[in-house]
Write a protein that binds this ligand. Structure first.
Ligand code: AMP
Ligand code: MG
Length: 323
């Protein structure tokens, strides 16, 4: 199968919607990362997602919708979900609710479904044009860094899908925050700051408060480049520790930094703000792999606001290897 990157004009959106209605897969941009979409109500189409990504079948998919009516059609909305929907959708947040009419293949056999409304014109136009909820994980090979440009999707899925809608680089760059609205628990830190969500629905519990595993995806390895990732925990002397560690590294090494001065050592500067860091992180991982680096040292950040999601991704990518 030949894979084409398409500009999201009216004609191409129609073409992609036809592909979805015919049981195919289409990759599309959102404000978080690129998604690999299928008609959520078509079991055979959904199975193709797991095959294309090499994703374990018990790792449920998030359903993407274009409006609140579509949420009502696939889930029972709780009071806390309603508050999140009103305050933050469209936006980088997913609510987990008791499902209606959604096949088990989408939800990994769970009786709940994750739902989100992406804040991206192209994604919303595409979902509207399809006329069905679109279930979509990130459009990468399982365990690789999530794709934030159409070229990343092509790199991982070339020959496996027909179309990639090109919406340029994703704005947020990290996956959505996931809230279990049945139990008011935070399941995954992500692109919408937890402080903002708690200001609307009150204090959330965390997954570790639950006796049963509620977020199956969290047990899998994620976000890793081929290079070894080392996470430098934030402290006053963090950059000194990084310099020393770099100088002792026998591998071809690079530092991902927020504007630090590392002399003539290799650096990839992601910009000063947490938003810039999130926006660039996965892109940096892919670029540095292509440039042949074997070890990437990442500057850590304080775990507040977007920093919480960033540190989660950095820790996962490092497999817990910190300095
Ligand atoms: P991804 O699409 O790769 O960002 O992964 C989606 C994440 O959403 C996975 O980690 C899943 O565990 C989580 N998820 C999706 N649906 C549910 C659900 N019904 N209950 C709990 N977690 C979910
Ligand atoms: Mg993913």
């Amino acid at each position: 199968m030949k894979t084409q990157i398409l500009q999201p004009n009216k004609y191409n959106l129609h073409l992609c919607a036809e592909e979805i209605r015919g049981g195919g897969l289409v990759a599309f941009p959102t404000e978080t990362v690129y998604g690999l979409g299928a008609n959520a109500l078509d079991e055979e189409a959904v199975k193709k997602i797991y095959i294309a990504k090499g994703r374990p079948s018990d790792n449920p998919l998030i359903c993407h919708v274009a409006n609140a009516e579509q949420i009502d059609r696939i889930a029972y909305v709780t009071p806390s979900a309603l508050k999140i929907i009103r305050a933050f959708m469209p936006g980088p947040v997913t609510v987990v609710l008791r499902k209606k009419n959604v096949p088990n293949v989408v939800t990994g056999g769970l009786d709940t479904v994750g739902i989100r409304m992406p804040a991206h014109e192209c994604a919303l136009d595409f979902i509207r044009e399809c006329g069905v909820p679109i279930c979509a994980p990130s459009a990468n090979t399982s365990t690789k860094p999530s794709p934030t440009r159409a070229e990343h999707v092509l790199h991982d899925l070339d020959g496996k899908i027909r179309y990639i809608l090109d919406g340029g680089q994703c704005g947020v760059g990290l996956e959505s925050t996931i809230i279990d609205c049945e139990n008011n628990l935070l399941l995954r830190k992500g692109g919408l700051e937890i402080e903002k969500i708690e200001s609307v629905i009150g204090k959330l519990g965390s997954v570790s408060d639950s006796p049963v595993p509620l977020c199956p995806g969290m047990k899998y390895k994620h976000y890793s480049p081929d290079a070894e990732v080392i996470l430098a925990l934030p402290s006053l002397n963090m950059r000194d520790r990084i310099r020393q560690f770099y100088d002792k590294s026998p591998q071809k090494t690079v530092i991902i930094t927020r504007g630090g001065d590392y002399g003539d050592r290799n650096v990839f500067d992601v910009g000063r703000s947490l938003n810039d860091y999130a926006h660039m992180l996965f892109d940096a991982f892919r670029t540095l792999d292509e440039q042949g680096f074997e070890r990437i040292i990442c500057e850590g950040v304080p775990e507040a606001e977007l920093g919480a999601a960033l540190m989660n991704r950095l820790l996962k990518a490092s497999g817990g290897k910190t300095i």
